[in-house]
Design a protein around this ligand. Structure first.
Ligand SMILES: [Cu+2]
Length: 145
């Protein structure tokens, strides 16, 4: 009796191994088909790529001046050294704000056309901000030591 049980157990484990092998073959194939959904940090960029945007459209720019125009911050990402005062100027007819996300340190009043906002960055770090009136307007200040 003991012999039969042992034999049955061995047969079962072979079947299980084959099953696992088949499963692995199945899962590898589909995941290899859609390759790089990797750089999906910016969903909107996929559509803009077809509009022949410069590749470095959102590359960091070393400047302390940001224009707000056409419902966007320009440049969208800037780098400054700690201690730098950054100036934003609204060039749109519509009002905008410069408001740090994640409880960040700056929060401008509403800026009307031609008005500016200044903030001095003392701490190194990455500061994402947006316009509270048009929350799709986002940008970043990277402060280096
Ligand atoms: Cu705005």
């Amino acid at each position: 009796m003991g012999e039969r049980v042992r034999y049955a157990g061995a047969a079962w484990s072979i079947a299980a191994a084959v099953g696992v092998g088949a499963l692995t073959g199945c899962t590898v194939a589909p995941s290899a088909n859609p390759p790089s959904s990797s750089s999906s940090s910016m969903p909107g960029m996929t559509g803009m790529a077809g509009m022949a945007q410069p590749v470095n459209a959102d590359a960091p720019v070393a400047t302390d001046t940001v224009a707000i125009e056409n419902f966007a911050y320009s440049p969208a990402t800037i780098t400054v050294k700690a201690g730098t005062t950054v100036t934003w100027t609204n060039r749109d007819q519509d009002p905008h704000t410069v408001t740090a996300m994640n409880d960040g340190p700056f929060h401008s009043p509403t800026l009307n056309n031609g008005q500016s906002f200044r903030f001095t960055f003392t701490e190194p770090g990455r500061f994402d901000y947006l316009c509270t009136i048009h929350p799709f307007m986002t940008a970043t200040v990277v402060v280096t030591p």
